[in-house]
Ligand binder design. Structure first.
Ligand code: PGA
Length: 251
């Protein structure tokens, strides 16, 4: 039985002051919540503050990106060890905004995934097709290529330590959610791809989140689908009440 996981991707939002108020709001309801794994992913500048605030609670901490090298001359970058030092347990990798605006390829994502796992961080690996790709009937090719490329060379233990997020690019921040049937179809495809890379039992153990305009009003239906194991939440994660409602929909 896979435990559901709901993660908030704050993107480039939240000063430390704003983050403090948001996390205090979340703690009021979720500090001892055990019904699903709950993760918040603040911007780098707020991680230290949020880390101290969630200490001793069941709210877990993640980052939104990292570099694949351990250290060195990579101006502006952050390493896995730096995230671990602040008690991050998760890191979002290969988000479509990183792929689109910062040129991240499956090969780059794969390097980051391996570096994260080597540092005992759980990667949340994002895949998803654009609207043009969906309309051209390319969903299966795009998704299987991203899954195989981004997760290439992982051991059985490493794939089970990873989380996959299916985020159709056309549904991110647009208010257009994939229907639960559309999402389920791609989640099942991802699981089938994992089964061909490993075996059915391993594929059955990997958690696959849905992301893209998840709101309190649509979360329950999405999370009730057999292969949807929670959500990666953007806009609705910036408001304590709506994030809490989404987390509760995962139970
Ligand atoms: P959204 O973003 O919930 O605002 O659509 C999701 C994401 O990009 O992770």
């Amino acid at each position: 039985m896979r435990k559901k996981i709901v993660a908030g991707n704050w993107k480039m939002n939240m000063t430390t002051e704003e983050a403090t108020s948001l996390v205090n709001g979340l703690k009021a309801e979720l500090a001892i919540f055990r019904g699903a794994d709950v993760v918040v992913c603040p911007p780098f500048t707020a991680i230290s503050t949020v880390s101290a605030l969630v200490q001793g609670t069941h709210i877990d901490l993640g980052a939104q990106n990292m570099h694949w090298e351990k250290s060195g001359a990579y101006t502006g970058e952050i390493s896995a060890a730096m995230l671990r030092e602040l008690y991050c347990h998760y890191v979002i990798l290969g988000h479509s905004e990183r792929r689109t605006y910062f040129g991240e390829t499956d090969e780059i994502v794969n390097r980051k995934v391996k570096a994260a796992l080597a540092a005992t961080l759980h990667p949340i690996v994002c895949v998803g097709e654009t609207l043009a790709q969906r309309e051209a009937g390319e969903v299966e090719t795009v998704i299987t290529t991203q899954v195989r490329g981004s997760l290439a060379g992982l051991s059985q233990k490493e794939i089970l330590d990873s989380v996959i997020a299916y985020e159709p690019v056309w549904a991110i921040g647009t208010g257009k959610t994939a229907t639960s049937a559309q999402a389920q179809e791609v989640h099942a495809l991802i699981r089938k791809t994992l089964a061909s890379m490993y075996d059915a039992a391993i594929a059955d153990g990997v958690r696959i989140q849905y992301g893209g305009s998840v709101k309190p009003g649509n979360a329950k239906e999405l999370f009730s689908m057999p292969d949807i194991d929670g959500g990666l939440i953007g806009g609705a994660a910036l408001d304590a009440k709506s994030f809490i409602d989404i987390v509760r929909a995962a139970v």
